[in-house]
Design a protein around this ligand. Structure first.
Ligand code: HEM
Length: 355
């Protein structure tokens, strides 16, 4: 994490330059787009060793393809529902989850990276290198990866890594723009910690920003990015106090949206209240009612990285600026058809410099 921190911070300098530029124009910013450009740069750099340069060129191919994947159209929603619901039939019929041109783009990018690294004997401390190490040496179970498996892993990592963190940033900023007292408290914390580390945002400093962590946790409580978890039952299970047995092999959907908005566990659930996650209160929350990163052996593999990149983005953006809701964005609506929880349209914020 410490090694990755520096790479994320390098992308953070681009973010800092960009928000200063936007502030000078005096136009509102779309936090959803700024967050996505930042996290696309981060994941491109940390996972693949690529400079995506999204701020300089917001319509570069990386961003164009990720936008396509998360477009939320009815056709896309249908395709997702059908491929997730009936995978083996879809495989036979050739119905695919991702748009063809998107798959081709990523496969080509990854093939080029692998070819280059292998022919020039280049090694880098990133995700692609980890996959290459597995490809070139037998893994614990004696198997290694094929090119397609590497490409698929890298592709999933890219998609899982950028939109989740940028959406969490969007929801946190939306709520902080609505609750200026919360925003001021986060900014005070950032400034105090940054001053302690000679005016720099450091790894230890980010870890010490505990109130910002509470805001982040509460944003993910109110807006679980993946609204449902999926599991397959491995043995017959009788529900306690119910006359119902869930049979082995049944696919179960666990609604995070339902659990995290249940007043039994989170009183007044529509209220944005970071104090639910204060050091005194946090331990009282049952781990299986708050699971924005999942739970068990399949828990999100990028959890710590996702938290780190979103917190760095938030610290950079909040340190010197205040954000206020633009009248058009006062009532954010959520996409019901997207595979991930996401706001409909732009989330516009006004910026003010804070001395
Ligand atoms: C705020 C940010 C993030 C949120 C809210 C989030 C949420 C989740 C959730 C709910 C799951 C399903 C876990 C389960 O079924 O128990 C998941 C899986 C996954 N996430 Fe994340 N994630 C985030 C960031 C990231 C990042 C940054 C990466 C990669 C760099 C990543 C990579 C993955 C992968 C590869 C899986 C599949 C793991 C498996 O099936 O074993 N995620 N994530």
């Amino acid at each position: 994490m410490k090694y990755m921190f520096q790479m994320v911070m390098d992308c953070g300098h681009g973010l800092e330059k960009e928000i200063n530029k936007r502030w000078r124009t005096q136009k509102p910013i779309d936090i959803k787009e700024i967050g996505a450009l930042f996290t696309t740069n981060v994941i491109g750099s940390c996972a693949f060793g690529l400079e995506c340069n999204c701020f300089e060129n917001p319509n570069n191919e990386f961003r164009v393809h990720t936008r396509k994947f998360f477009d939320g159209s009815i056709a896309r929603a249908l395709r997702i529902a059908v491929t997730l619901g009936f995978p083996s039939i879809c495989r036979k019929l050739g119905v695919i989850f991702f748009p063809k041109e998107t798959t081709k783009f990523y496969m080509d990018v990854i093939k080029n990276i692998i070819d280059y690294r292998e022919s020039h004997d280049v090694k880098r401390n990133d995700f692609v290198q980890l996959l290459l190490n597995i490809k070139n040496g037998p893994s614990a179970d004696g198997n290694s990866f094929t090119f397609n498996e590497i490409a698929a892993q890298a592709f999933v990592f890219f998609l899982a890594g950028f939109e989740t963190s940028s959406s969490t940033m969007t929801f946190a900023f939306y709520e902080m723009a609505k609750h200026q007292d919360v925003q001021d408290k986060v900014r005070e914390e950032i400034r105090r910690v940054v001053a302690k580390y000679d005016g720099k945002i450091t790894y230890n400093g980010i870890m010490e920003m505990t109130y910002m962590g509470q805001v982040f946790d509460e944003a993910l409580r109110k807006y679980p990015i993946l609204a449902t978890l999926e599991r397959i039952v491995t043995k017959d299970y009788k529900l306690p106090d119910e006359d119902l047995v869930i049979k082995k092999g049944t696919k179960v959907l666990i609604s995070l949206q339902g659990l995290q908005h249940d007043p039994e566990y989170f009183p007044d659930p529509e209220k944005f209240d970071p104090d639910r996650f204060s050091p005194e209160n946090k331990d009282k929350i049952h781990s299986c009612v708050y699971m924005p990163f999942g739970e068990g052996p399949r828990i999100c593999i990028g959890m710590r990285f996702g938290v780190m990149q979103a917190k760095i983005g938030m610290a950079i953006m909040l340190k010197d600026f205040r954000y206020l809701l633009h009248p058009e964005s006062r009532n954010m609506k959520l996409f019901s058809k997207s595979p991930l929880l996401a706001p409909v349209g732009q989330v516009l914020l006004h910026m003010e410099r804070v001395e």
